[in-house]
Design a protein around this ligand. Structure first.
Ligand code: ZN
Length: 686
């Protein structure tokens, strides 16, 4: 358990591992957060020059099993639990009618209370779903599919495709409509097509049949419906583009007129769809993947109406399952989380409801969270860090030996154009038009989905709002948006063990600094480099420089492609290899990010401080802090899914894969060239 490192003593860890873990908000709030650098996590029996990840994380890895309600557990996951408990306290207070008497507080309290009341949801059974199921049942012909799809998209189901708005790829100041592939429930197209997922497919089919059974269908009918859904989703998956292909911006940028889209998919009544979904008038849109819509057209022609109805019922119950009776929730958990993710136990209801409220009423909850948890001085400190890291990037670009001065001018322009959003938005979202009713869990969820999709669609044809946030304030993460050239660093990430106002520069730059550097480098990775300072998809590279970029990047593709993502000790032939192309952008960002942060850190007074009480130099503390940010245990199932779908490398590779490329690391730990952590060949892009 995480709490064991609080005291920073290994012996205490052993004594406390059998203590029950926090399963109520009060328990979670009692625990203190782990320090940014935790000496008690280090395995002193490991040589840091042989396996630095094992050295930095070894004791923690052994002492910290994955909690039964999780699939992946980081050293930083204690912060997630802490934040969720803070949010639960806010929501319980709001639900009880205490605290500020605002309409937003009333809404988050009512939303949460309705979600928590499992007994009331169970007592209603499928009744709240009946009007939706009836709409599907009365469908008379395929022409009616478009209007029905619009309705389902609004209430939170995703049949066929997705439709929303995005920043215009070539006119970066404006928003445009966007249609993209979607409509299949397994994590990736390969789950339907590749041999390695045969057994997952068989179990998925059984899950589908059980869900239809719960909807009231007899065994024979349920099995036939499961087969129908498999046929439909396999056809969609076949038509869909793979994740690696989608990394190339030109592959997902196809601006066309509505008439052209209608020609691509003439069997679908686009007019009825757009009216149904409430989109404003527009003439052209982004169709991310025209091949997918062509495939959808073929399916529309060949699949029978009865099969489409089975598919739509499935997308409805699957999309809204968290507000369905417990038997549905349990069945959904058993397949998607347990079978595919290796999670032993479903999360406590209060945790799921906090997450749902954060997802659907994020700014109303985030406002209350910031009031309680955020310290404005943290924003100043982080802003100062971003400036230092940006300066390091500027120096790096200027001295890069593989880039011409012509492209450097444009790269520096792009760097100067990056905007930082730290903490929380200047303007909170307005929920006044969203109706939340105590006791109506499904209705609340549907209305919140309608509200969100309508909000997205209302942006079509309007100027881009660069100040808008995509993450909620309590989120323990950060992001870079390549289309708006902005970085989000939410309040939720600015806490230990990521960052601590009270700790030294070495620790803060090693962890949060590397994260800032990582996001900044995304603007210049294999995807980000295609966008200019204002976020236009525009080639600002000379052809020689683009070639040089690819040569340097290919070093990472080869290096990471050689790592094993999932080891299987019982069956070595079942090992899963990492995908160096899928993870290229994140690996470029990891490698660039820590370099920038280290160079920024060297300019801090803390870089010249003496050794700490354990004898670590500031440089050593910097790298320990970096590595301990990635200490992680994962279930084998989760690891297998991540190897296929996650563009991030596993924690161990994010540490060792990066540090083997850093000369400063081998100097800090006196690793001789030829030891595993000091390879002769060093890869570098930025
Ligand atoms: Zn990233």
């Amino acid at each position: 358990m995480k709490r064991i490192f609080r005291a920073g003593v290994v012996l205490a860890a052993a004594a406390l591992t059998s203590a029950p873990r926090a399963d109520t908000p009060v328990d979670a709030l009692k625990k203190s957060l782990p320090p940014v650098v935790d000496p008690a996590a280090i395995d002193q029996s490991v040589d840091p020059c042989i396996d630095f990840y094992q050295y930095a994380c070894g004791v923690w890895l052994k002492a910290t099993p994955i909690p039964p309600d999780q699939q992946i557990w980081w050293r930083v996951s204690d912060l997630d639990e802490h934040t969720r408990a803070v949010l639960a306290a806010i929501l319980e207070e709001a639900a009880a009618g205490h605290g500020p008497k605002t309409e937003n507080r009333r809404k988050i309290g009512d939303y949460h209370a309705s979600c928590l009341d499992e007994a009331a949801i169970d007592a209603k059974g499928l009744k709240p779903f009946t009007p939706e199921l009836d709409r599907i049942a009365v469908l008379k012909n395929k022409k009616g599919l478009a209007g029905l799809t619009a309705h389902l998209h609004l209430i939170g189901a995703t049949p066929f495709f997705s439709f929303s708005s995005t920043q215009d790829y070539t006119e970066a100041t404006m928003m445009i409509a966007q249609a993209d592939q979607d409509g299949f429930a397994l994590p990736d197209r390969d789950y339907y097509l590749a041999d390695e997922f045969k057994s997952e497919r068989a179990d998925y089919r059984a899950h589908l049949a059980r869900m239809f059974g719960l909807l009231g269908d007899g065994i024979k009918k349920a099995k036939a419906e499961a087969d129908a859904v498999m046929r439909v989703e396999t056809a969609l998956a076949k038509a869909a583009m793979g994740l690696v292909e989608r990394r190339e911006p030109e592959n997902v940028h196809h601006k066309m007129t509505l008439a052209e889209l209608a020609k691509l998919m003439p069997s679908f009544d686009w007019k009825a769809y757009l009216v149904g979904v409430g989109a404003p008038a527009f003439t052209s849109l982004e169709v991310s993947d025209p091949g997918f819509f062509k495939g959808l057209e073929a399916a529309l022609k060949s699949v029978s109406l009865a099969d489409w109805k089975a598919y739509l019922r499935w997308t409805l119950i699957h999309g809204l399952v968290s507000s369905a009776p417990k038997v549905f929730v349990d069945e959904d958990f058993a397949f998607f989380d347990q079978r595919l993710g290796g999670q032993a136990k479903i999360k406590a209801r209060w945790k799921r409801c906090v997450d749902a409220t954060d997802e659907q009423l994020g700014d109303a909850l985030g406002d209350a969270y910031v009031e309680r948890e955020f310290r404005p001085e943290a924003k100043q400190r982080v802003l100062a860090m971003t400036r230092q890291i940006e300066k390091a990037m500027e120096a790096n670009i200027k001295t890069l030996d593989w880039m011409s001065s012509k492209t450097k001018v444009r790269a520096l322009e792009k760097l100067a154009g990056v905007a930082y959003k730290i903490g929380y938005p200047d303007k909170w979202r307005d929920y006044s038009k969203l109706e939340i009713v105590r006791g109506d869990a499904l209705g609340n969820m549907e209305r919140a989905s309608v509200f969100e999709l309508r909000r997205q669609l209302a942006k079509i044809g309007k100027p881009v709002d660069r100040g808008e946030w995509s993450m909620t304030a309590p989120t323990n993460d950060a992001s870079y948006d390549l289309q708006s050239n902005t970085i989000e660093i939410p309040a939720g990430v600015l806490q230990p063990p990521n960052f601590d106002m009270k700790t030294d520069d070495a620790a803060n730059y090693g962890n949060l600094g590397a994260l800032i550097g990582h996001e900044l480098t995304h603007g210049f990775d294999d995807e980000g480099r295609h966008y200019d300072a204002r976020g236009n998809l525009q080639d600002w590279w000379t052809s020689e420089d683009a070639r040089a970029f690819k040569v340097h990047a290919s070093g990472f593709v080869d290096q990471y492609g050689a790592y094993v993502a999932v080891t299987n000790s019982s069956d070595p032939s079942n090992e899963v290899q990492m995908d160096g192309a899928l993870t290229l952008g994140e690996n470029i960002a990891d490698n660039g990010g820590i370099r920038l942060s280290y160079e920024a850190f060297l300019r801090m007074p803390g870089a010249k401080a003496g050794t700490d009480s354990l004898g670590y130099t500031p440089a050593q503390r910097f790298f320990l802090s970096y590595a301990q940010g990635w200490c992680v245990n994962r279930t084998d199932e989760y690891a297998k899914e991540a190897a296929k779908t996650d563009p991030h490398s596993p924690g161990k590779c994010r540490v060792n894969g990066v540090l083997v490329n850093m000369l400063a690391f081998r100097e800090a730990f006196a690793c001789k060239v030829g030891t595993p952590m000091a390879r002769a060949r060093v890869n570098r892009v930025w």
